[in-house]
Design a binder for this molecule. Structure first.
Ligand SMILES: NC(=O)C1=CN([C@@H]2O[C@H](COP(=O)(O)OP(=O)(O)OC[C@H]3O[C@@H](n4cnc5c(N)ncnc54)[C@H](OP(=O)(O)O)[C@@H]3O)[C@@H](O)[C@H]2O)C=CC1
Ligand SMILES: CCCCCC(=O)O
Length: 479
C-alpha cells in the first residue's frame, strides 16, 4: 500500500491546507510510486513556525540531561526500524541498501552522541581583574531553528542538524529534500513516538522555493542550517543575513585524491573507487579529481580501469548491486551534461559515459576521463555523479597546486608513505577535511565537518563543533 506522509506540527500529523500532495518516485524502478508527501503552503509553514516558537521557552528550561533522555529514546525507537527506514531511503534516492542501513545506524549513533552532550560543560570561568567579581561564560539556544536538508544523506544529515539543535535547547522546523520526504517522515515518526513536548520538533514538506525560502525569510526563525547546492545556499545566506538571523551553509565539493609515486597502489585504487563511485558519486565529499605522479601513473590507471569494470550497477535493493542509479532524472541529466562536456572539451573517455538499464531507472556507468587541461569543466565544476577526471603529474608539488586550483575546499586525500609529503599536504591543502591513505568520503560523527572556500559558510557541523552554531555565548560578570 502506497503511503502518504503528513506534516508533523505541534505534535500532530496533519495534511497541508492546500489539499495537494506530490509523488515520491523510485529512481531504480520507474513504474513504482514510493508514496506521496504534502505540497505545503506558506500558511502551513507559518503555523509550523508558530508551534516551534510557542514550544521554545519550555524546552530551553529543561536541563540538558532531560533533553538528552528524549534523544536516547528516539535512538532506541529508530533502532527497531532500521530496515524500514533504510529501504524507504533506497527506494526514494537509489543508494544501495547496504549504504542506507549504514547511514541509519550512523543516525542512531549521532542521536546518542548528542544525547550525551546534555551532560557536558557549556562554559568557562574567566578570571576577572576585579578581585570581588566572578566572571564566566554560559550558552543560550538561538530559539527556533530552520533545518533544510538535501536528498543525498536523507537520514544522517537531518539528524546531524536536528539532534544538536534540540540538545542545546532550540526547537526545530525541518524541511527535507522533496526527493526523500518519506524517509524523513519515518525519522519523525520515531521522534513522535518518543513523546517530545509538542512543538519542539516540527516537520513540513513542500517545494524548496516555497517552504525552504519561507524558512529563510521567516522573522520568527532565529537560525537556519542548510546543506545543499551553492546556488541555493548563497540565497539562503543572503536572506538570513538581511534579517539578522544566524545561518550555516554546507555546500558543494570538488574533492581531489593525490597519489604519490610511493603510494600503496592497491589501497589508492580501492579508495579512489569507493570515494568516487559509492552512493553513485552523489556525496559532497566524493572524489572527482585524481592526480597521480608519473612514475606510478600507468600502473594506477590500468588497475583503476580493471577494478571499475568489475563494479555491478543495478537495483539498490539487491545485495549483488555495488552502485545504484542517480537519485533522479534531473541528476542523471546533470551527469550526462558533464560527461558530454568532457568529451566536447577534449578529455579522453577511458571507460563509461553511457546511460544503462534505461528502461528500469536513471542508471549511468561509472565514468573515468583522462585529462590534461585542469581548466576543463569536468575538472572545475561539481558533477555530483560517478565521474572521475584523472591527471598525470610530474611531482607532489604539482599535484598539490592543481588540487588547490578549484573554488571548492571540502575534502581531500593523499596516498603516500612519505612523511614530508604527508605534512606538506596537511599544511598546504585548502580543505576542511584532509585525509591521508584514506578515501575523500567518510566523516566520523564526533569530528568537526565542513569546508573552506566556496564549500561552506565556514562554520563546522558535527561533534562538539555544532555547539558554536546552535548556541550563543553569554559572558557573565557578577560583583
Ligand atoms: N557540503 C555538504 O555537506 C553537502 C553538499 N551537498 C550539495 O547539495 C547539492 C545536491 O543536493 P540537492 O538537494 O540537489 O541541493 P539543493 O540545493 O537543490 O536542495 C537542498 C535543499 O534546499 C531546498 N531548496 C531548494 N530551493 C530552495 C530555495 N530557493 N530556498 C530554500 N531552500 C531551497 C531543497 O528543497 P527541494 O528538495 O524541495 O527542492 C532541499 O531541501 C550538491 O551540490 C551537493 O554538493 C549535498 C550534501 C552535503
Ligand atoms: C554532507 C555530506 C556528508 C558526507 C559524509 C561522508 O562523506 O560520509
Amino acid at each position: 500500500m502506497v503511503s502518504t506522509a503528513l506534516n508533523y506540527v505541534n505534535g500532530t500529523w496533519k495534511a497541508s491546507g492546500s489539499g495537494q500532495t506530490k509523488e515520491s518516485s523510485n529512481p531504480a524502478d520507474l513504474k513504482q510510486e514510493v508514496g506521496f508527501y504534502q505540497n505545503s503552503t506558506a500558511e502551513d509553514l507559518d503555523q509550523t513556525v508558530q508551534a516551534a516558537k510557542e514550544a521554545k521557552k519550555g524546552w530551553s528550561k529543561l536541563t540538558g540531561a532531560e533533553r538528552g533522555a528524549f534523544l536516547y529514546k528516539v535512538a532506541d525507537i529508530m533502532e527497531q526500524r532500521i530496515d524500514d527506514i533504510a529501504t524507504t531511503a533506497s527506494k526514494e534516492m537509489g543508494k544501495t541498501l547496504a549504504e542506507t542501513r549504514g547511514e541509519t545506524n550512523r543516525g542512531i549513533a549521532i542521536l546518542r552522541y548528542y544525547a550525551g552532550e546534555g551532560l557536558r560543560k557549556v562554559g568557562d570561568v574567566i578570571p576577572s581583574t576585579d578581585a570581588d567579581a566572578l566572571m564566566f561564560t554560559t550558552r543560550v539556544p538561538l530559539g527556533v531553528v530552520g533545518v533544510i536538508t538535501p536528498w543525498n544523506f536523507p537520514i544522517a544529515i537531518p539528524i546531524w542538524k536536528t539532534a544538536p539543535a534540540l540538545i542545546y535547547g532550540n526547537t526545530v522546523v525541518l524541511k527535507p529534500a522533496s526527493e526523500t520526504a518519506l524517509t524523513c517522515a519515518k525519522i519523525i515518526e520515531c521522534f513522535d513516538e518518543a513523546d517530545l513536548p509538542k512543538g519542539v520538533i516540527n516537520f513540513i514538506t513542500g517545494s524548496g522555493s516555497v517552504i525552504g525560502q519561507g524558512l529563510a525569510e521567516h522573522p520568527d526563525v532565529n537560525g537556519i542550517t542548510f546543506t545543499g547546492s551553492n546556488s541555493v545556499g548563497k540565497e539562503i545566506g543572503k536572506q538570513a543575513l538581511s534579517r539578522g538571523a544566524k545561518y550555516q551553509l554546507e555546500m558543494g565539493g570538488k574533492n581531489p585524491v593525490i597519489v604519490a609515486k610511493d603510494a600503496d597502489l592497491q589501497l589508492a585504487v580501492d579508495a579512489t573507487i569507493s570515494g568516487a563511485f559509492k552512493s553513485t558519486g552523489q556525496k559532497c565529499t566524493a572524489t572527482s579529481r585524481v592526480f597521480v605522479e608519473a612514475e606510478l601513473y600507468d600502473e594506477f590507471k590500468d588497475l583503476l580501469l580493471k577494478k571499475t569494470a568489475e563494479l555491478k550497477v543495478g537495483d539498490p535493493l539487491s545485495d549483488s548491486s555495488w552502485m545504484g542509479p542517480c537519485a533522479s532524472k534531473a541528476q542523471l541529466d546533470n551527469c550526462m551534461y558533464y560527461i558530454n562536456k568532457g568529451v566536447e572539451e577534449g578529455a579522453t573517455l577511458l571507460t563509461g559515459g553511457n546511460k544503462i538499464l534505461s528502461d528500469e531507472g536513471f542508471y549511468v556507468e561509472p565514468t573515468i576521463f583522462e585529462c590534461e587541461d585542469h581548466s576543463q569543466t569536468i575538472a572545475q565544476e561539481e558533477v555530483f555523479g560517478p565521474v572521475i577526471a584523472l591527471f598525470k603529474t610530474a611531482s607532489i608539488e604539482q599535484s598539490l597546486e592543481l588540487a588547490n586550483d578549484v573554488e571548492f575546499g571540502l575534502s581531500a586525500s593523499i596516498f603516500t608513505t612519505n612523511i614530508s609529503s604527508m605534512l606538506s599536504f596537511i599544511k598546504d591543502m585548502d580543505a576542511g577535511l584532509v585525509r591521508i591513505n584514506a578515501e575523500s568520503a567518510g566523516v566520523e560523527l564526533q569530528a568537526p565537518f565542513g569546508g573552506m572556500k566556496q564549500s561552506s559558510s565556514h562554520s563546522r557541523e558535527q561533534g562538539e563543533a555544532a555547539k558554536e552554531f546552535f548556541t550563543s555565548i553569554k559572558t557573565v560578570f557578577v560583583k
